[in-house]
Design a protein around this ligand. Structure first.
Ligand code: ATP
Ligand code: MG
Ligand code: FE
Length: 351
């Protein structure tokens, strides 16, 4: 079964062809980083305009690289949320038009479920129950997955997502956008013990995350020490590198300790760590060491499938199509689409 995946939820225009749910045939990602960089974040109006211009050539490139004709495609999978409404609609309308023209079925995919499926290409099959941490620009959410397609939130951020914290701290330090890769690079040359930031504490002892306090602590540190943000073209100082390393160290320790706590409690057969921040090698190493302590295998997507892509959408959609799921042409986007779909005993988790 050949499935074409389309992803336009934020600022990557992406298309991919996947065979039999897990074989990556082609994946094309056009990132708009250059367009949004000078604003220090994604500008929604610009994002949808860029998607509109790029969607057709990107889909054609994915088909060309896969060396398959449109008539060989068995179905189309498209991201329907969460994301930016204007961006989502470009991919969705294009996918619906194509499905209609080809007379092929279409299914909508939750972007977060897509991130969870990003691990299927380069790892052994996921065994359930699984525990999946999505750590990205908009989310830091952990899902308990008792069976494929069933999701229950077991931990989430109370405020900023981890990737968002990276981006905001990078902006504060004049490092550019997106912040994750830049901070990771600088942190390698910095001392993580140079600045003592405390681990975020959740008062009611739920296994949740919080990163806005850390962001404020970094900003306070910059103000109090008079540290100057890096100017364009300037090489970052050792003090900036130390700060980057100290910030990253707390983010990683927080992600790992909370995941360890939940994993020890739920005893999953597989741990999944996906989303843009999962590109981070220091995070991967710390998560792997923790998983080894618990004796649970941990799967990461390959690095180019950690940030937004359409291969993960095609993989998640393939499973739905194979199970006979079909969406109508009234399929719509939902900017705040949730992934949790199984009963929760605890009211507090229903949020
Ligand atoms: P969501 O998936 O929640 O809707 P998104 O799609 O915008 O959000 P992704 O594309 O999955 O997010 O990830 C982008 C985020 O990943 C950015 O915040 C970026 O800073 C972060 N990121 C990318 N590479 C790294 C890295 N090496 N280290 C840390 N963070 C990183
Ligand atoms: Mg992006
Ligand atoms: Fe994403």
């Amino acid at each position: 079964m050949l499935v074409l995946g389309i992803e336009t939820s934020c600022d990557e225009t992406a298309a991919a062809v996947v065979r039999d749910c897990k074989e990556l045939v082609s994946s094309v990602i056009s990132s708009q980083t250059d367009v949004h960089k000078r604003f220090g974040g994604v500008v929604p109006e610009l994002a949808s305009r860029e998607h509109l211009e790029r969607i057709e050539p990107i889909v054609e490139e994915a088909m060309g690289r896969a060396q398959v004709g449109f008539d060989e495609i068995d179905g189309i999978a498209v991201t329907v949320g969460p994301g930016l409404i204007g961006s989502l609609l470009v991919g969705l309308c294009y996918a619906k038009g194509l499905a209609y023209a080809l007379g092929r079925p279409i299914v909508g995919v939750n972007h977060l479920e897509g991130h969870i499926y990003s691990v299927v290409f380069d790892n052994p099959p996921v065994e359930h129950p699984a525990l999946a941490l999505i750590v990205s620009g908009g989310h830091t959410h952990m899902f308990y997955v008792p069976r494929p397609g069933q999701y229950k939130i077991v931990a989430r951020t109370r405020d900023d997502a981890a990737g968002e914290a990276y981006d905001k701290v990078a902006k504060m330090l004049g490092l550019g956008y997106p912040g994750g890769p830049i901070i990771e690079r600088l942190a390698r040359e910095g001392d993580p013990r140079a600045v003592r930031f405390s681990l975020p504490k959740i008062s009611d002892r739920r296994p949740d995350f919080s990163f806005s306090g850390l962001k404020t602590a970094v900003s306070k540190y910059v103000r109090e020490t008079g540290l100057q943000p890096v100017k364009e073209g300037e090489t970052p100082s050792q003090a900036i590198k130390d700060l980057a390393a100290s910030f990253q160290d707390v983010v990683i320790r927080s992600l790992v300790s909370t995941t360890e706590r939940v994993a020890a409690e739920h005893q999953p057969k597989t741990l999944i760590v996906a989303g843009g921040v999962a590109c981070n090698m220091a995070l991967r190493e710390a998560m792997s060491a923790m998983a080894e302590r618990l004796g649970i295998p941990v799967y990461f997507p390959s690095r180019h499938l950690s940030t937004d892509n359409a291969a993960m959408i095609a993989a998640a959609g393939s499973v739905k199509l194979a199970a006979g799921e079909r969406a109508g042409l009234d399929l719509n986007a939902d900017v705040s689409l949730r992934l949790q779909n199984i009963e929760v005993e605890d009211d507090e988790l229903r949020r």
